[in-house]
Design a protein around this ligand. Structure first.
Ligand code: HDE
Length: 680
């Protein structure tokens, strides 16, 4: 980590006492004993056996043997950062949660992003949902918003979660494939559990291959409740809206990145924070009066449904800024323990059967993962407010509770610690009236699985629809069993007949029967065509060789920098590279150490390239072109472009008349991709 001054807040002050810098220190054992030698075990003679007495060796080896803890059963591959959250306007009409009512409060946060299916070391650009879990360290206790980047879930009842996860994880007989849903058991589950239809549509879309963790939305998924000081409740859905807009990779690119840079997403997040390009997301709320619970043609308790933003607008209420990287991934990102049941007064649950089950699972999983009931004492998990109760002991207890009393009620300690009233900040559950039979059942109001899946399809632009068809064709194309391919195609004919027929043709199974369209509704907010577009923080690969046009190239690089674009020089070898008029550039990559898939756009800046570099540059450019990326060429760089690329959308070739070349390139970069090129 760099030595630059790091942003601070109350949580950072607390963490500071646990941070240790070993640099410049004498080496000791864990007991504080200074050691004089750390390369050789204690032996009976330099060529003799190691002695049992060697406490120093035993301590070092034992600690090493115990370094690993079980990875998360889902969301194992994750990365995290610290930051702050601040509110734009008081939400006291809706909630009494202090951090949502006082605009002067800066709430420290810790956010962990993750993929779902892959193991802890798996590649990051796989086709998957992403976890977006936020811990707010509020003055009233920790509040965790444990969300995903897809607003709906595969199943409606927590009872099925183990089945879903078993189906998507690598198949148990051969542990293949890693971090991928393109295999028989996942799609067998889908076809036999048709409530999955809506989320599968999202998973086959660009949402499941985000360009960056900084460019994806987050969703609380379930309907929660906000409760104000008068006890009035509103239903609420939580959203995170990225300030840079929602953008995706293309599938071919995502797969190649998995090999070229399996750490692509964490590197992007880490570097952005180190560069001071702090990732930002606005918190959005969809609010619903209690009286409106039944006004929709879906059940608001059903986690496979969204509230279309055009019907229930998203109110932007505050901003999350990630401004500090972790110091130690294990201590922070691995040991952090999230739980949808970590709430504060003013935030409450609904009877969404998926949420209800999650309220059990998350503590349970920490007990096995973190080895006991004291995980709340780990530095990253400690609230910034004090905590007092009569819980005692257990593995790894840090707190030294004083005095004889560890029970309630008592007289010895004046009946303390004691519960406090709601007025004094005591959490009181919303008093929802329940009058029902105990049943194991799905509510009839949860039975429409296809309308919103169809709405998602209807809302997509043409290129987005093409990407969905090709994602289905890829995934089903990987299956061994034709019966499953057929069952999935038949199922998705219920969503959109044309889509399913095209997939059937691509994978060579019989076309499905024509089914009626379940919905003609659409929600423009779902299309990434309607998102925010900006060149800020985009990464451009600058292909350049000796003797490039110094003044012109430097001018273009200055324009890119001014627009917040990160330009990285790719040349034949590392070191400095000389252009005309004494301009010299520092080379960051060679064509060996980088690849076109690692950049948002390419700038062929020219120079007297040898045959090998010209060939490599041409290869970079062709691939970037295939992936619909912005391309600019100057001077000899134009010669590295295939003729068919010149004049295509998003390809800028400098001619002498163009004074504003740098600005024009920035404009292209802000467009992200040129899908019309793909169509052509
Ligand atoms: Fe999770 N989920 N989940 N989940 N989930 C876990 O808890 C679970 C669900 C989500 O970065 C586990 O600490 C059940 C929906 C995130 O540490 C586990 C059900 C959503 C993370 C668990 C769900 C999520 C988890 C594994 C169905 C989006 C990573 C490790 C009822 C709203 C948090 C852990 C982090 C992690 C259970 C469904 C989001 C096993 C039983 C829906 C972001 O407890």
């Amino acid at each position: 980590m760099s030595n630059k001054k790091q942003p601070s807040n109350r949580k950072q002050e607390q963490l500071e006492q646990y941070r240790v810098d070993d640099r410049g220190q004498a080496m000791t054992t864990n007991q504080g004993l200074k050691v004089s030698e750390d390369e050789f075990s204690l032996k009976a003679g330099a060529r003799g056996p190691t002695l049992m007495e060697d406490f120093q060796f035993r301590e070092k080896m034992t600690h090493f043997d115990h370094e690993r803890i079980p990875e998360r059963i889902v969301h194992a591959r994750g990365f995290a950062a610290h930051g702050d959250f601040q509110l734009y306007e008081s939400l006291e009409a809706y909630t009494k949660a202090k951090f949502l009512t006082d605009t002067s409060v800066v709430t420290p946060v810790f956010v962990r992003f993750s993929t779902v299916a892959g193991s802890r070391g798996s590649a990051e650009t796989v086709r998957d949902a992403r976890g977006f879990a936020t811990k707010f360290y509020t003055e009233e206790g920790n509040y965790d918003l444990v969300g995903n980047n897809i607003p709906v879930f595969f199943i409606q009842d927590a009872m099925k979660f183990p089945d879903l996860v078993h189906a998507v994880k690598p198949e148990p007989h051969n542990e293949m494939p890693q971090a991928a849903s393109a295999h028989d058991t996942f799609w067998d589950f889908v076809a036999n559990n048709q409530e999955t239809a809506h989320m599968v549509m999202w998973k086959m879309s660009g949402r499941a291959v985000p360009r960056s963790l900084r460019m994806m939305e987050g969703f609380g998924v379930h309907t929660f409740r906000l409760v104000n000081a008068e006890g009035k409740s509103h239903f609420v859905k939580f959203h995170w809206k990225p300030v840079l807009g929602v953008h995706s990779l293309v599938w071919d690119e995502a797969q190649k990145i998995s090999g070229k840079d399996p750490d692509f997403h964490r590197r992007d997040l880490y570097e952005s924070i180190e560069n001071g390009d702090y990732p930002e997301y606005e918190l959005g709320l969809q609010l619903l009066e209690e009286e409106d619970e039944f006004k929709f043609d879906f059940d608001i308790l059903d986690p496979t449904k969204i509230w279309p933003e055009e019907e229930v607008p998203v109110k932007l209420v505050g901003k999350l800024t990630l401004n500090r990287n972790v110091d130690n991934v294990f201590a922070e990102a691995e040991q952090v323990a999230f739980h949808p049941g970590h709430v504060v007064p003013g935030i409450d649950f609904t009877n969404d059967p998926l949420l209800q089950g999650r309220l059990f699972s998350y503590t349970d999983t920490q007990l096995i993962r973190l080895g006991g009931p004291n995980f709340h004492e780990l530095p990253i998990n400690r609230p910034v407010c004090p905590f007092h109760n009569n819980q005692r002991d257990g593995y790894g207890r840090h707190t030294i509770n004083r005095g004889p009393v560890s029970y309630h009620k008592n007289a010895i300690a004046g009946n303390t610690p004691s519960p406090v009233s709601e007025e004094e900040g005591g959490y009181a559950h919303y008093q929802e009236k329940i009058d029902a039979h105990k049943v194991r059942a799905r509510s009839d109001s949860f039975k429409d699985h296809f309308s919103q899946a169809a709405m998602f399809w209807n809302s997509m632009s043409k290129p987005e629809q093409e990407h969905i068809v090709s994602a289905f064709s890829f995934e089903l194309g990987k299956l061994e069993r034709e019966s499953i391919q057929k069952a999935v195609v038949d199922m998705f004919a219920n969503v959109n007949y044309d889509m399913a027929s095209r997939v059937a043709e691509a994978v060579g199974v019989q076309a499905p029967e024509k089914k009626p369209e379940p919905s003609t509704a659409s929600s423009p907010a779902l299309s990434q065509e309607n998102t925010i577009f900006t060149a800020r923080t985009r990464k451009v690969g600058v292909l350049v060789s000796e003797g490039f046009d110094g003044p012109q190239v430097q001018d273009i690089l200055d324009k890119l920098e001014k627009a917040g674009v990160q330009a990285e020089i790719v040349a034949e070898r590392l070191g400095q590279i000389q252009g005309t008029n004494g301009v010299s550039l520092k080379v960051k990559h060679t064509t060996l150490t980088s690849d076109s898939v690692l950049f948002d756009a390419l700038f062929a800046a020219g120079g007297d390239a040898n045959a090998n570099f010209s060939k490599q540059a041409a290869y970079f450019l062709t691939e970037a072109f295939e992936h619909a990326k912005p391309i600019a060429a100057h001077g000899q760089g134009e010669g590295w472009l295939e003729d068919s690329m010149k004049g295509a959308p998003g390809v800028l070739v400098q001619d002498s008349a163009q004074a504003e070349f740098g600005e024009a390139f920035v404009e292209l970069i802000s467009k992200h991709r040129f899908w019309n090129r793909e169509e052509a």
